[in-house]
Design a protein. Sequence first.
Length: 375
Amino acid sequence: MINKWSISLLAAAVLASTSGVQADAKSTEKIVPIQILSINDLHGYIEGNNDTAKNGKAIGGLDSLAFHFQNEQNAFNKQYKLKAGNTNNISVQSGDLVGGSPATSSLLQDQPTMNAINEIGFDIGTLGNHEFDEGINEFKRILSGTRPNFNTPNYENIFDYTQTKSKMSMVVSNIIDKKTKKIVGGFKPYTIKTVNGVQVAFIGVVTPNIHDIVMEQHTKNIEGIDPPKAIAKYTKELRSKGVKAITVVAHAGAEMNTEANSSIETQLDAKITGEVVTMLRSINKLDPKNSIDLVFAGHSHKYVNGTYKNTRIVQGLNYGNAYSVVKGKLSTKTKDFIATPSATIKYNYTQTSSTLKKNAHSKKVQSIISDAKKE
């Protein structure tokens, strides 16, 4: 989290030349740009849900999202003169990637969704309550690209269906296996990405009330820890490792007031409430020195973009209708963000077929969707 002399560093960053690693007025200080793209609550809507934005424009599926993600990354890389394959671009999803899905994905055990997400190139994800709909072991099978067996749901549809192994680092810190007393599914509580020498941590967390919204047979062997307690444990651990730039990927809801929630285009700065704010308030008591700079929220399917104290909170609707674009600058000296990251929520506007075919990732996602519809 930013500290008291961040303003002076920010001024230095503005004066610096636009390059992947910017030197400030002091030779020991370098400023590193970072961009994080995100979605939440996709629920397997690979084709979109035939929605329109408030301006009347059509909203697309994952083929259009692939196009937008590529464009956002290209523009960012051009601005900061970054080479392809850099570590400055990261993409995350904050739970309910699958489950509650339309037939195109659900009848194929959401494998088309995973194939498309892999093609787009998501780096980090957390669990949502819907990842438990058929048990965590089935979700892990989908995630790992393991072949189904006769006991797998919809086996007759998927026994010969092409599937891919996920490239995402899945993180969750607060769901515990009652038998092993360890994090469910062998997942890690957090992952660390190194961006031009600066470590950025991503802690995963899911709403603990999954026992109330998931079938008992799939939750009887797990225990949900209060998210603030779990997160505070790992913010302390990360701080002991010298990691100061911390992001939480939370399948926990947030809300904004009615005026701000009425239209993404206005991007009004309004008061944020909900589970995420309650969580942050508790974390500040449990670990006053926590360095949480950014929270990617989910679960409540709302548009959210604002700050609670110095922490940026974003949530981009649902079903792939919108995505979040977060930008920040890291200091190689403080190993932290020099200011609260900025963010914009954007609609996933539908692109024409000819436009999508010119984009390699979009073209492949189109093929994945087309194949799923044939099954």
